[in-house]
Design a protein around this ligand. Structure first.
Ligand code: ZN
Ligand code: ZN
Length: 256
C-alpha cells in the first residue's frame, strides 16, 4: 500500500509525504520540525519513519525545515547537483550535517526502501529546480510544481504516471487585476515563475494524462480561487481530481 499526503502546499510552507506505513519520504520540508511532526501526526506518521527528504528547489518555503530535520533526526537529504553548485550560500544556510547531503543528477535513481525516485528539470527562478518522480509497486507518481512552463520531457513523464501532483498557482485575470506590484505579476507569469490554471489544464490536455487522479497544488491565496478551480476541473479534468486548498489533501492506492 502506498499513501500520500500534501502536508502543505503554497507560500506558507511546502511538504509532500509518501509512505508505505513503515518507510516514509518527504519531497520538500518548509516547516519547523515541531510543525512537521504535527502535520505528520494527522496522517498517523512519525518523523522517525521519514528515511529521506528530497528538495525541489531552495526557495525557503520549500527548504527551510530541511536542515533542522537533518540535524535533529539524521535524515538524509537529496538535492539536485546544479542547485548545490550554483547556490552555496543557500546550501550553507541549511546547515545540513556532513555526510547527510547527497547531490543527485537529473534522472539519477535513488532507492529508499520500497521507493525509487529521480528528478527532472523545471523552469523556475531558482537555479537547479526540479520536479520528482516517485515509483512504487510498478506505478509512477509525479510532482510538478514551481514551474513557469512545461516541456516535452514532463509531458512524457505525466503520460506514464498514475497520480499527478500539478501546480495550478494562479488565475490569469485574478493575477493581472490583483494587488501584487507589476514586477511580481510579471515574475509569476513568466516562463520561470509558476503554472497558471490555464497552464495546468493545457498540460493535462497535451500530456494525455490518464492516470487515476490529479491533485492541483501550490494555489496562491491571493491570485487564485478554490471555487473557480473546482468549477473548471469539474468541466474539464480528464480524470478524478482534488483541489488542494491550503495544501490539505491525501490519498492512497492498495490495501494494508
Ligand atoms: Zn519557488
Ligand atoms: Zn513554491
Amino acid at each position: 500500500m502506498i499513501r500520500w499526503a500534501v502536508l502543505g502546499s503554497g507560500s506558507s510552507g511546502n511538504s509532500y509525504l509518501f509512505s508505505d506505513g513503515s518507510v516514509s519520504i518527504l519531497i520538500d520540508q518548509g516547516f519547523s520540525v515541531a510543525e512537521l511532526k504535527r502535520r505528520l501526526a494527522r496522517f498517523s506518521t512519525t518523523v522517525e519513519s521519514v528515511k529521506a527528504v528530497f528538495a525541489t528547489h531552495l526557495h525557503p518555503d520549500h527548504s527551510r525545515g530541511i536542515g533542522p530535520l537533518a540535524r535533529m533526526h539524521h535524515t538524509p537529504v537529496y538535492v539536485h547537483a546544479q542547485a548545490i553548485a550554483s547556490q552555496p550560500t543557500a546550501i550553507d544556510r541549511l546547515n545540513i550535517p556532513s555526510g547527510l547531503l547527497t547531490s543527485v543528477e537529473l534522472f539519477e535513481q535513488v532507492e529508499i526502501g520500497p521507493f525509487t525516485l529521480f528528478c527532472f528539470a523545471t523552469s523556475h527562478d531558482c537555479t537547479g529546480s526540479v520536479g520528482w518522480i516517485i515509483s512504487y509497486g510498478g506505478q509512477q507518481y509525479m510532482l510538478l510544481t514551481d514551474a513557469g512552463m512545461t516541456d516535452e520531457v514532463q509531458l512524457r513523464l505525466a503520460q506514464e504516471s498514475e497520480v499527478l501532483f500539478l501546480e495550478a498557482n494562479y488565475d490569469q485575470a485574478m493575477l493581472m487585476n490583483g494587488p501584487y506590484p507589476l514586477y511580481l505579476k510579471r515574475r509569476i507569469a513568466s516562463s520561470s515563475g509558476h503554472l497558471s490554471n490555464d497552464d495546468a489544464f493545457a498540460f493535462l490536455d497535451q500530456s494525455g494524462f490518464r492516470g487515476s487522479h490529479v491533485y492541483f497544488i501550490h494555489l496562491s491565496d491571493t491570485n487564485n480561487s478554490v471555487d473557480l478551480l473546482e468549477q473548471r476541473a469539474q468541466r474539464s479534468s480528464p480524470v478524478p481530481y482534488t483541489v488542494c486548498a491550503k495544501g490539505q489533501c491525501y490519498g492512497m492506492i492498495g490495501s494494508t
